[in-house]
Write a protein that binds this ligand. Structure first.
Ligand SMILES: [Cu+2]
Length: 416
């Protein structure tokens, strides 16, 4: 008796604990984006020119997330990460707080997975429709088959209004307008209910009033056949008939009700990258160090300007963090609205800011310093077995044009 009481009390406590946990849940505020290993974030996809516009929408209103991304070149791509042979441009936010209405990559429909080229640039635009009121962290994201999710920068955006007002109307190819939020829901619930009821009858019939142990002994003694009563056979055949009949009826009924259906499209898209305009400033990394006490990374770069205009280094971007050189001043609208925690407005220092003339080769020392190395947990890179980094350098020409060069290599830590 005592043991039974103990077991009962333990069970009751367990149920209570689970119940309390379920009651005290809180929605997740972030996505664990900082938990992803720095080398994966720094050497896979670099996002730039990002916009979340507008940053506040009402339920049913449209927000567009747009910008560009570049896959790291073969030389920087981590060998442990699968290449984007099959990949999908995605968006990450906490649950279905938006619905995605459209997504385009270089103007091509991004509803399907696609193959991306390493080292190439792509332009994208994702259209979201506000669904759940609240303030949400919205990230860009690329899912790579066998590689997982590569998360881009996240921005806090707001949805106002009432959840009850949400609708998701679409016009089908047959000209009918339906609300996708509830479309097919009643039918779905009905069929689930029917099959659940059948399953319940079947389970209760075979379990109620029949003891397992005595039946097991009968079966073990070779007298299993005696356990089946005549009505059991009748019911079994009846249930088989009902199951097959319902399936056929459901099929015929659905075919009549929806004579035109198209299967989900699963073909792979093939998207041509943006034209390569970015190779006019050649950068060679001579040495890169990360000074732990100063939260600063220093790169010695050999820069050759092969464009026909003088250029200056304005920005270093890696793993969604942007280090801006205030001397060159690249605070355009997109930069000003970039997530604050990922923007080091005066984070980049170049030892020589005089423009690099066309044809000139110069060795410069560049320092990227900001608390973001710690807050974004990028500095833990130095403790990785693969302590290499990657990123983009943005050069601004006197003609107003921008040149984007890849940079990357070994990062050596300095502890004093
Ligand atoms: Cu987030």
């Amino acid at each position: 008796m005592t043991i039974t009481k103990l077991v009962n009390a333990t069970l009751a406590l367990a149920v209570l604990a689970v119940g309390m946990l379920a009651l005290s849940y809180q929605p997740a505020g972030a996505h664990g984006e900082r938990a992803q290993e720095p080398f994966l974030r720094m050497r896979s996809v670099q996002w730039y020119d990002l916009k979340w516009s507008p940053e506040t929408v009402a339920v049913n209103e449209t927000m567009k997330v747009s910008g560009k991304f570049r896959f790291s070149p073969e030389t920087h791509w981590p060998q442990t990460l699968a290449k984007p042979e099959v990949a999908f441009l995605n968006i990450s936010h906490p649950g279905p707080v938006f619905v995605r209405k459209a997504s385009f990559i270089n103007g091509i429909n991004g509803a399907n997975s696609t193959r991306f080229k390493l080292g190439a640039d792509y332009e994208f635009e994702i259209t979201l429709r506000g669904r759940e009121p609240g303030t949400w962290h919205v990230h860009t994201m690329i899912n790579v088959l066998d590689g997982g999710a590569i998360v881009g920068p996240g921005k806090w955006v707001t949805v106002t209004g009432s959840r009850a007002d949400f609708t998701n109307p679409v016009t089908t190819l047959t000209g009918e307008t339906v609300d996708l939020e509830f479309y097919g829901l009643a039918n779905n619930l009905l069929w689930h209910g029917i099959w659940l009821a059948i399953a319940a009858v079947w389970t209760v019939y075979w379990l109620a009033g029949r003891l397992f142990f005595s039946r097991h002994r009968m079966v073990a003694a070779g007298r299993g056949d005696e356990l089946i009563r005549p009505f059991d056979r009748i019911l079994s055949f009846a249930m088989l008939g009902i199951a097959i009949g319902l399936t056929i009826f459901g099929y015929v009924w659905a075919n009549n009700k929806w004579p035109i259906t198209l299967p989900l499209q699963s073909a792979r898209e093939s998207i041509v990258p943006l034209p390569d305009e970015t190779n006019k400033v050649q950068v060679t990394l001579e040495r890169a160090t990360y000074r732990v006490p100063g939260r600063s990374m220093t790169m010695n770069l050999k820069i050759t300007n092969t464009s026909n205009t003088p250029v200056r280094l304005g920005e270093f971007a890696t793993a969604t963090v942007r280090f801006i050189n205030p001397v060159v001043g690249t605070m355009d609208d997109t930069t000003a609205s970039y997530p604050n925690d990922l923007l080091a407005e005066e984070g980049l220092t170049v030892d020589n800011n005089t423009p690099i003339a066309p044809g000139e080769t110069r060795v410069v020392q560049v320092t990227a310093q900001d608390a973001a190395w710690e807050t974004e947990r990028l500095s833990s890179l130095i403790f990785d077995p693969d302590s290499r980094f990657g990123g983009l350098l943005f050069f601004y020409g006197a003609d107003g044009k921008r040149q984007i060069s890849d940079v990357g290599g070994v990062l050596v830590p300095i502890f004093i």
